[in-house]
Design a protein around this ligand. Sequence first.
Ligand SMILES: Cc1cc2nc3c(=O)[nH]c(=O)nc-3n(C[C@H](O)[C@H](O)[C@H](O)COP(=O)(O)O)c2cc1C
Length: 168
Amino acid sequence: MVLATIDPDGAPSARTVLLRGIHPDGFEFFTDYGSRKGRALLANPGASIVFPWYSLHRQVLIYGTATPTNAEVSDAYFASRPHGSQIAATASNQSQPIADRGTLERRVRELEARYPEGTDVPRPADWGGFRVMPHRIEFWQGRTSRLHDRIRYTATADGTWAIDRLQP
Ligand SMILES: Cc1cc2nc3c(=O)[nH]c(=O)nc-3n(C[C@H](O)[C@H](O)[C@H](O)COP(=O)(O)O)c2cc1C
């Protein structure tokens, strides 16, 4: 899915992340809290997500609020990842500049020596999940006539969804 956030200076930014789950409290993904998106969401939880299906002429748009997952959820997901992914996540301060690739690879080798395959790699404190709780969802279906369908669901105060149709 494509996740859009708002930087602390108000600038928008977007990138792809993997949807790892859909829960009563939102659409879940995992990342480095110190990354650009992590810092953005911790400062301003407003988030927008796009699920594009170009071959089906279809998209689903989510507008919502992101909340960090609790430590148990982040620990459980981190522990489920392959050892190499755990080492890579630990070695990388995501979105920060680094002198060269060699520096990164040296860090990986050091971590592999400290945590050989088969041992537990501790989850970095600044790595975990977010869940984006939607307050608006739009389903868009393209039509060859160009008179596309757009159905919008808006969360209401009483816990139901108000449904309306938007002009294409
Ligand atoms: C298919 C795909 C899946 C990705 N999944 C993730 C993910 O789940 N979490 C993540 O932090 N970055 C993921 N990335 C990398 C992000 O797009 C991005 O480069 C990185 O998170 C840094 O973004 P930021 O600097 O805006 O924080 C993925 C990239 C692609 C192309």
